[in-house]
Design a protein around this ligand. Structure first.
Ligand SMILES: Nc1ncnc2c1ncn2[C@@H]1O[C@H](COP(=O)(O)OP(=O)(O)OP(=O)(O)O)[C@@H](O)[C@H]1O
Ligand SMILES: [Mg+2]
Length: 226
């Protein structure tokens, strides 16, 4: 049986007094790609931030069987958790390469350039002059510079045309094929999630309202997103 890499149990998350997540239970097995779907404000980003140690939480977060709720964000990164955040959060006035180097050294740079040669080609360009799809690739590549065991992706399709979303989905597939890692991807774009994930959870108003294999989730947009 595949080992669980991430286990989130009875998780609650708070911004001040506001309770944003309630009794969330999710897991990601080794090598698995899992999606969290849900409408605006469902708490998807808050879930990823909880895993990274960026919000106040109650409940258990186990990584490789170890309780990490008490660890600082940088300690979680060291254990192998990396995120491509919502909105990409690049440094627009810095080059593609300098954005990547913020996350690691030259050796790792070669590794992400091998994976994505088009970023190598454009490494001297300023991040702000790259297309939306390329900027998303930089954000993902920057996370990969940390050589994570668990890659968290927060709405990689956001703001991208359908054809570009396909390119990003292909890149995520390539990452899955070539690297030994697990993926937890948050999306509103169900097609993107269906393309890259094995299983999904649906989050609505801070609670998991449905879960299952991708094939069993037809119609969730109609049921939960409107
Ligand atoms: N820093 C914050 N302080 C207070 N409330 C917040 C903060 N960040 C988010 N929230 C609230 O928490 C809830 C969940 O937000 P979150 O960003 O996790 O949703 P989301 O599912 O990622 O939405 P989206 O799809 O729009 O990115 C929302 O009601 C939001 O207003
Ligand atoms: Mg969000």
């Amino acid at each position: 049986m595949q080992k669980h890499l991430l286990e989130v149990e009875n998780l609650y998350a708070y911004y001040g007094k506001a309770e944003i997540l309630r009794n969330v239970n999710i897991h990601v097995k080794e090598g698995e790609s899992v999606a969290v779907l849900g409408p605006n404000g469902a708490g998807k980003t808050t879930l990823l931030k909880s895993i990274c140690g960026l919000v106040e939480t109650k409940g258990k977060i186990l990584f490789n069987g170890m309780e990490i709720s008490g660890l600082r964000p940088h300690e979680r990164i060291k254990l192998g958790i990396a995120i491509s955040p919502e909105g990409r959060r690049l440094f627009p006035e810095m080059s593609v390469e300098d954005n990547l180097l913020l996350a690691g050294n030259g050796e790792k740079l070669e590794f992400v350039y091998d994976l994505f040669p088009n970023l190598k080609e454009k490494r001297r360009q300023l991040a702000k002059n790259m297309s939306g799809g390329e900027q998303q690739m930089i954000a993902i590549a920057r996370a990969l510079m940390l050589e994570p065991k668990l890659l968290l992706l927060d709405e990689p399709s956001m703001g991208l045309a359908p054809i570009v979303v396909e390119t990003i989905a292909e890149a995520i597939e390539k990452i899955r094929e070539e690297l030994d890692l697990s993926i937890l991807i948050v999306e509103q774009n169900t097609q993107m999630a269906f393309d890259v994930a094995d299983r999904a959870y649906v989050l609505a108003s801070g609670e998991v309202v449905k879960e299952g294999e991708i094939g069993s989730l037809e119609g969730i947009e109609r049921d939960y997103f409107s």
